[in-house]
Design a protein around this ligand. Structure first.
Ligand SMILES: NC(=O)c1ccc[n+]([C@@H]2O[C@H](COP(=O)([O-])OP(=O)(O)OC[C@H]3O[C@@H](n4cnc5c(N)ncnc54)[C@H](OP(=O)(O)O)[C@@H]3O)[C@@H](O)[C@H]2O)c1
Length: 260
């Protein structure tokens, strides 16, 4: 099975911690030269320094995916390093709360940070992928694409938009050596999960520990995912071995989702 990304370059957004960082580690482990993106430069540099392989082959670029000018500067910085073969679109999840309580501006901010930033990167780097005859575009979204999560109104809405956009691109690019897929993490032990449990505890009046243990009871695997387990799925989808997998939503959720 060909899992080698030895001659490939990858761009991983939201990569200073959590799932994005684990994706960067997985891709570097398969031999890719990886550029990591986040807002906090110190955390970003620490993540770059931890990557497997030659440190000089990897880089960090500070950018805010919610700011179009920042995304433009990111593109320039990445372009200067050479073509991109693997693009991982990932960012921090939108703030929680019921859909009904959300202001219009919260939807547009999340749309800008998630969908418009991803779209700008795809438009910039698809020509590289076409020329190189190799492209992997992977979105990190959520199981909420299939089963919306109560209390995450804006997030549920934006994930649905991402999934529709991604599936459309899969049809448009599939004949050109480029695949477009989504990874749907379930409960994964990161800062985002801590935030989610705290928010649910405040809303329900339960302790954070109770909220966590109720969540665990819903997961057939009986535990939360480790970020590396989601990173491994991203590494596989990015590899030559996954060339015929296109347009899918891959849950990495320990069996959490009840739908088929
Ligand atoms: N963890 C879970 O259980 C879970 C489940 C389902 C879906 N998800 C989704 O999967 C994605 C990744 O989750 P995670 O748990 O790894 O999140 P996380 O621990 O909060 O990490 C988010 C990463 O994105 C970066 N980031 C956030 N906002 C950014 C921005 N505006 N511009 C550039 N980078 C930004 C963060 O770095 P900086 O803050 O330095 O920018 C960080 O590196 C999120 O969309 C999350 O909602 C997570």
């Amino acid at each position: 099975m060909d899992m080698s990304l030895a001659d490939k370059r990858a761009l991983v957004c939201g990569a200073s911690r959590g799932i994005g960082r684990a994706a960067a580690v997985a891709l570097a482990g398969l031999g890719a030269r990886v550029t990591l993106v986040a807002r906090d430069s110190e955390a970003l540099e620490a993540a770059v320094a931890d990557l497997p392989g030659d440190r000089q082959e990897h880089a960090g670029v500070v950018a805010d995916l919610g700011e179009p000018e920042s995304v433009d500067r990111l593109v320039e910085a990445v372009r200067a390093r050479g073509p991109v073969h693997v693009l991982v679109n990932n960012s921090g999840g939108p703030p929680g709360g019921p859909a009904l309580a959300a202001e219009a501006g919260q939807f547009s901010a999340a749309f800008r940070q998630h969908l418009l930033a991803s779209h700008a990167l795809v438009r910039q780097f698809v020509p590289d992928m076409r020329r190189e005859g190799y492209g992997r575009i992977i979105q990190i979204i959520s199981t909420s694409v299939r089963e919306p999560i109560p209390g995450l109104g804006v997030s549920n809405t934006i994930r649905g938009a991402m999934a529709g956009w991604s599936k459309t691109l899969a049809g448009e690019l599939g004949g050109q050596g480029i695949t477009v897929n989504n990874v749907l993490p379930g409960f994964t032990a990161t800062e985002r999960l801590d935030y989610f449990f705290k928010m649910q505890a405040e809303k329900s009046g339960r302790s954070t520990e109770d909220v966590e243990s109720l969540a665990l009871q819903r997961i057939p695997a009986g535990r939360f995912a480790r970020p590396e387990e989601v990173g491994a799925a991203i590494g596989f989808l990015a590899s030559p071995a996954a060339a015929y997998i296109n347009g899918i939503n891959l849950p990495v959720d320990g069996g959490l989702m009840r739908s088929i």
